[in-house]
Design a protein around this ligand. Structure first.
Ligand code: GRF
Length: 203
């Protein structure tokens, strides 16, 4: 089976990108991070990519540029680089329907809540404000909605008395760093089978 060529999309610090990269470097993932794409030239994760010798491309969205056009540009670049899998690791833009269609069941995202609860931004604060006792994180395939695609892996995390958005985010992040590389590993081994909304993990 060929090695999966991944493009990791980031907008910020890129700790999930780093966690995946560490596992790939260890040889635990049959995949290679061929490219890091950021929509923000200031994203701290870019420095790590460059340090590790990974091609890092900045795609800033032009003022007034349509989302569809922006993602056409990104998509052509991914074609050039022969990318098999897109990994959204804290990427803050909603993908265009075209790129989602083109990479159907080949785009992974991590969300810091147990979907379908608390989609969108500030998921950890949403969980605290709602008063749930458990939240967590979810890795899912990306579809046309926001945080709505078929679920691959989830990990529950308790909300503790006195938790702040920061303290809860930190504990969830530890679990993100475990389940995201794991989901990427399963994908690269060809072990994820999508059946409607359900994802079967093949033995
Ligand atoms: C993570 O909490 C992730 O769940 C969310 O954005 C954050 C990204 O963090 N989608 P990092 O850039 O991977 O450190």
């Amino acid at each position: 089976m060929p090695v999966t060529r991944m493009a990791v999309f980031i907008s910020g610090r890129g700790s999930n990108f780093m966690a995946i990269h560490r596992e790939a470097e260890k040889g635990a993932i049959r995949g290679e991070i061929a490219l890091v794409v950021s929509d923000d030239p200031q994203a701290p994760g870019l420095a790590y990519a460059r340090e590790k010798g990974i091609e890092a491309a900045v795609f800033a969205k032009g003022k007034g540029e349509a989302r569809a056009d922006y993602f056409e540009r990104v998509s052509s670049f991914l074609d050039e680089k022969k990318i098999d899998l897109i990994v959204l690791a804290g990427f803050m833009k909603v993908l265009s329907p075209n790129i989602v269609k083109k990479y159907r069941h080949r785009i992974l995202n991590i969300h810091p809540a147990l979907l379908p609860s608390f989609p969108g931004t500030h998921a950890q604060k949403q969980a605290i404000d709602y008063g749930v006792k458990w939240t967590g994180c979810t890795v899912h395939f990306v579809d046309e909605g926001v945080d709505t695609g078929p679920i691959i892996l989830q990990q529950a995390v308790p909300v503790l008395e006195g938790d702040t958005e920061e303290s809860l985010s930190e504990r969830i992040l530890e679990q993100e760093h475990r389940i995201f590389p794991e989901a990427v590993r399963l994908f690269c081994e060809g072990r994820l089978e999508v059946q409607g909304r359900r994802v079967r993990i093949k033995p």
